[in-house]
Write a protein that binds this ligand. Structure first.
Ligand code: NDP
Ligand code: GDR
Length: 373
């Protein structure tokens, strides 16, 4: 039996970890590109790791970087992939304002480097290409909800870089017949989400407050509205897009929208805590109304658990995003299965375990790893 071969950039990230597991379960041989780092950066895929001495390995990691053309060409030549999933990116919107040039190098030129490698190696007919495009392309929204035909208006160096990659994928499809697809994915989260993205920052922060490890959480724009899905649902769609007869671009979303404030309220509710909001704009605070959970020892009625810190505001903000996934449903039969409440419940439950573990470590006189927002 021949196994399909997939190459994933960004395999150590949230989506990379879910996608690698998904493809391995489907019988693929999976190659992943990881960056050299002075400390371990493979936590999310440690469960999939196979020792290099294992016979017939089906999960292989290569050192590499999206800024390094020759390295990408060599890895693609070595693994001769049937499918490449380009998930690697400097993916933090706020950070892209601080490192715009690096973000462009990785997120824009990185995609081009892979497309060119496919061409240089003569793999146009063999290798299918998935580009991790994003709802951030819609930025200052021109239409509600956003669908494939909605005009783009990117609002950050990240989104501008991703727009370049989006059009390069379309151009290489039209110019060279490469099977390339853009998945225009709206925000998707999970217990594996990076800790500085808003959802994980909230579930991590509130659970730490709940066990007494921290007093307060500082947030940016709490009125921002997002269409939040679960990463596990969304990686299935990334694969499905590469299994069609003809390549195309698809919006992947839930079609439901919540504010950052609602995410905080729902997370608190999952902990058995009700909250209320007082004040406005930079003075806004979130106050505990009641606690109905014995495991929550660090919160009492009247405690202020969330405050605003304008440091987290962005120079240009994306205020509202809401996707219309009807094309994906109609043409690919895809629908998200996990609800918003289920997503929040899973993230809170997993982060509560982590916080309880950390509290236990501290109680016994050991230091836990530092926690940065
Ligand atoms: P993460 O930030 O969790 O993962 C990003 C991955 O890219 C990590 O493996 C990271 O490596 C790697 N990476 C960063 N810089 C480089 C580089 N220079 N060379 C090679 N690899 C690099 O992102 P997600 O998993 O959440 O997202 C996956 C992709 O989907 C990204 O492209 C993102 O922009 C896009 N996207 C994400 C959405 C979401 O809501 N999650 C929505 C729409 C699009 P390391 O672990 O070493 O940092
Ligand atoms: P986003 O995700 O920018 O949509 O990009 P993020 O979770 O960072 O922000 C969502 C919204 O929450 C507001 N916000 C805060 N955000 C962070 N990170 N920290 C805060 O303290 C905070 N307070 C309020 C933000 O201003 C924003 O409006 C994510 C990334 O995964 C991208 O790679 C991806 O392309 C898009 O989702 C779709």
């Amino acid at each position: 039996m021949t196994h399909k071969v997939a190459l994933i950039t960004g395999v150590t990230g949230q989506d990379g970890a879910y996608l690698a597991k998904f493809l391995l379960d489907k019988g693929y041989i999976v190659h992943g590109i990881k960056r050299r780092s002075s400390s371990f950066n493979t936590d999310r895929i440690d469960g999939l790791y196979q020792d290099p001495h294992t016979k017939n390995r089906n999960f292989v990691l290569h050192y590499g970087d999206l800024t390094d053309t020759s390295n990408l060409v060599r890895i693609i030549q070595e693994c001769q992939p049937d499918e490449i999933y380009n998930l690697g990116a400097q993916s933090h919107v706020a950070v892209s304002f601080e490192s715009p040039e690096y973000t462009a190098d990785v997120d824009a030129l990185g995609a081009l480097r892979i497309l060119e490698a496919i061409r240089i190696l003569g793999l146009e007919k063999k290798t299918r290409f998935y580009q991790a495009s994003t709802s951030e392309l819609y930025g200052l929204v021109q239409e509600i909800p956003q669908k494939e035909s909605t005009p783009f208006y990117p609002r950050s160096p990240y989104a501008v870089a991703k727009q370049f990659a989006y059009w390069m994928t379309v151009n290489y499809r039209e110019a060279y017949g490469i099977y390339g697809c853009n998945g225009i994915l709206f925000n998707h989260e999970s217990p594996l989400r990076g800790e500085t993205f808003v959802t994980r920052k909230i579930t991590r922060g509130l659970t730490r407050i709940a066990v007494g490890l921290q007093d307060c959480l500082y947030m940016g724009n709490m009125s921002a509205l997002r269409d939040w899905g679960h990463a596990r649902d969304y990686v299935e769609m990334q694969w499905l897009m590469l299994q069609q007869e003809t390549p195309d671009d698809y919006v992947i979303a839930t079609g439901r929208q919540y504010s950052v404030r609602q995410f905080i309220e729902t997370s608190a509710r999952m902990l058995g805590v009700t909250v209320e909001w007082r004040g406005e704009a930079e003075e806004e605070i979130c106050v505990v109304k009641s606690v109905d959970n014995q495991a929550v020892t660090g919160m009492n009625a009247g405690d202020v658990i969330v405050r605003v810190d304008p440091r987290y505001y962005r120079p240009t903000e994306v205020e509202t995003l809401l996707g219309d996934p009807s094309k994906a449903k109609r043409e690919l039969g895809w629908e998200p299965k996990i609800t918003f409440e289920e997503l929040v419940a899973e993230m809170v439950a997993e982060d509560l375990k982590l916080a309880q573990r950390d509290a236990l470590i501290e109680e016994n006189g050991y230091q836990i790893m530092s926690y940065h927002e």
